[in-house]
Write a protein that binds this ligand. Sequence first.
Ligand SMILES: [Zn+2]
Length: 83
Amino acid sequence: MARPKKKDSPAKVETKTFTVKKCPYCYTYVAVKEMRCEACGKKIGVVDSSGWARKIFDWRAYLGAVVAIAIFLTFYWWAFLSE
Ligand SMILES: [Zn+2]
């Protein structure tokens, strides 16, 4: 049975110096010091060891999704389960 090779643990990866990082949303190269992607306008974090910008957790989007689900469940309950 062939097993996939284990990736190197992140702790072992040396911190490289990058001048550009890749936007995780639109795959455009952005200057490392930029905290917002010029191409898609999204907020991006610091560069990781593979040259990608980290995604910044968007609380508002997360909250919006939770609220939408809550509204849906309430509607579902109201429409089908409340007699
Ligand atoms: Zn982008």
